[in-house]
Design a protein. Structure first.
Length: 319
């Protein structure tokens, strides 16, 4: 069985050679058949030059370069498309993920028949306020909404059965919740492994505080898609019909009340001056809009077409 190691990166020139040598040493010492795929996500330093030099020396190394920075999810998407291995390992390029974990991760996929193994950095070397505390909050929210009992959804070090990476669509910023995407796609043999986390040796992190806002929004998106992604009419249509019925009967009550008071010569006000008339009208309009949103969602779902979300400018000759 072959192993594909996918490494998305952005401006990691200093760490690439060391990371490659470390991975190659692990692979050769375990007699693994392997490929290493570097995805340069629009680096502005000498990262691509380093990748090209490594690929010239080792035909097991392959490189993909984006024309600009598209994000980690797009880089992983490109790597998943190109991966040929039966077991796929993803890791970050900053040397914070330990390649010595690869043999055990491989064993859990190839021998223990797990479909996805997510790394768990139990002991971290990141700032407590900047990363640790927000990560704990997001992981808790992800566990609650997904039902997956994982401690670290966003760990870059993961192992996959080939079928998983070929059947999930990683887009936007969804790389944080790949285990949830896998579960939603029908892959339920998911577990985690405690892995060693190392302090950053070169450069600085590429992620700012805004990632936590985006992470929360992405979590809401995943929850919605997992519940109603294949049946938007069930949500929007149901809410729309319910609101329209409420508005319709409210308007009917306003009209009936007007007629009743007119018949009995009781003091009455114009319908146009009754606030409940406008409330009913607003509720019916919103209900109609929700119903139409569900209908349009169903049409889009049935007519969507695959489209590349990034532009590749270069690849190494190994591709």
């Amino acid at each position: 069985m072959q192993i594909s190691v996918i490494i998305p990166l952005l401006n990691e020139e200093q760490s690439l050679a060391e990371l490659y040598n470390w991975i190659a040493k692990v692979m050769r010492s375990n007699s693994f058949s392997y490929e290493i795929i570097f995805i340069d996500d629009g680096s502005t330093d000498g990262s691509w030059k380093t990748i090209a030099a490594i690929a010239d020396k080792d035909k097991a190394v392959k490189g993909i370069k984006f024309n600009r920075n598209y994000g980690k999810s797009q880089a992983l998407h490109a790597g998943f498309l190109k991966a040929e291995g039966d077991v796929v390992i993803t890791m970050d390029a900053d040397l914070q993920d330990n390649p010595d974990e690869i043999p055990e991760l491989y064993k859990m996929i190839a021998e223990e028949q797990y479909q996805l193994v997510s790394g768990w950095k139990k002991k971290r070397y990141d700032s407590v306020l900047a990363k640790n505390l927000p990560s704990k909050l997001f992981n808790a929210a992800a566990r609650k909404t997904s039902g997956l009992k994982l401690h670290d959804f966003n760990c870059g070090l993961k192992a996959y059965n080939k079928a998983v990476v070929k059947n999930i669509d990683v887009y936007g910023e969804m790389h944080r919740y790949i285990p949830v995407l896998a579960k939603n796609a029908g892959f339920y043999r998911i577990t985690e492994k405690e892995v060693q986390h190392q302090a950053r040796k070169y450069g600085k992190t590429k992620f700012g505080a805004e990632r936590f806002i985006f992470g929360f929004l992405d979590l809401l998106t995943i929850w919605f898609l997992s519940k109603f992604g294949r049946r938007p009419m069930h949500l929007f249509g149901s809410l729309g019909v319910l609101m329209f019925i409420i508005g319709f009967f409210t308007a009917g009550f306003v009209g009936f009340s007007k007629l009743y008071k007119m018949y009995h010569n009781e003091p009455n006000i114009l319908v146009a001056l009754n606030p409940w008339f406008y409330i009913a009208l607003t509720v019916m309009i919103i209900g109609s809009q929700l119903f139409l949103a569900g209908f349009v969602g169903e049409l889009i779902l049935r007519s969507k077409r695959d489209k590349e979300r990034y532009l590749i400018t270069k690849t190494t000759e190994n591709y």
